[in-house]
Design a protein. Structure first.
Length: 204
């Protein structure tokens, strides 16, 4: 390589680093406020369609941002009143790696608190049996303390979870094969029973 070519490459690398640092440096506090505008103060969503994101494992959080980025998980469209629709995929794509890492650290450090919702105890007791048989292995302690990056189910919003079952069955969201196999076997009634079980468990 000629010396001039070498210098040009150095200059390009330098400028790229310089500009990516300046244009991407968003204030972290502002960024968190943006997330909070949908996910609620401290990640404790009060909107039944929007998940609680506090208390996620750091690894699980980063994985989730990644699958949204790669469109391996297609998020539902969400309208805040008076604003254009926003999709988590685009939000995740707008984050830098550093921001995603900082957000993962931040939200994994916050405490998960269950959604304020009621459930039918009879359906829940049917759900308890299904859960124990098929889901407890990964969604441990009745969905409260999942292993590794499996999600917290106990206390998550029912309407949000219901959409996820639908997304998983339609393959808009990829989950571990051993989970998919189990989900595929569930009837609509089974899913309803599980939703009531997780809502009730959250309140315990
Ligand atoms: C306009 C509203 C909105 C904003 C702003 C928003 N989100 Fe979301 N987020 C959603 C919705 C709706 C979902 C559920 C998507 C789906 O259907 O899978 C979601 C899902 C998620 C999930 C997956 C949760 C789970 O249980 O799997 C994470 C993690 C997440 N958002 C993080 C963030 C972060 C971090 C920010 C800020 C950079 C943010 N969100 C900003 C609406 C929003
Ligand atoms: C082999 C381990 C495993 C088993 C068994 C399993 N899951 Fe999961 N589950 C996971 C993982 C890992 C995730 C996170 C997937 C991702 O990356 O999006 C998850 C996510 C979910 C979600 C989405 C939660 C959210 O916040 O978006 C639901 C709902 C769910 N599981 C329900 C179940 C049910 C019901 C069963 C039993 C019928 C079950 N799972 C069995 C590992 C498992």
């Amino acid at each position: 390589m000629k010396k001039s070519q070498y210098k040009l490459i150095i200059a390009i690398v330098f400028l790229t680093c310089f500009f990516s640092n300046t244009t991407q440096a968003r204030d972290f506090v502002e960024l968190v406020k943006y997330c909070e505008s949908c996910h609620g103060l401290d990640g404790l969503s009060t909107t039944p369609d929007v998940p609680i994101i506090a208390g996620f494992s750091e690894e699980g959080f980063l994985n989730t941002i990644d699958v949204f980025r790669e469109n391996e998980r297609i998020a539902m469209e969400f309208h805040k009143p008076g604003e254009p629709e926003t999709v988590m995929n685009e939000i995740a794509q707008s984050l830098t790696d550093k921001e995603a890492e900082e957000l993962a650290k931040y939200y994994s450090g916050l405490e998960f608190k269950p959604a304020n919702q009621s459930a039918d105890p009879e359906k829940a007791s049917r759900g308890a049996i299904l859960h124990k048989k098929s889901c407890e292995r990964c969604h441990t302690n009745n969905g409260k303390d999942p292993v590794e990056d499996a999600a917290i189910l106990a206390g998550q919003w029912m309407p949000y979870l219901e959409r996820q079952f639908d997304n998983i069955l339609k393959k808009k969201r990829l989950v571990p094969k051993s989970m998919y196999r189990r989900i595929k076997k569930l009837s609509d009634q089974d899913i309803e029973a599980l939703l009531h079980f997780y809502a009730l468990e959250g309140n315990k």
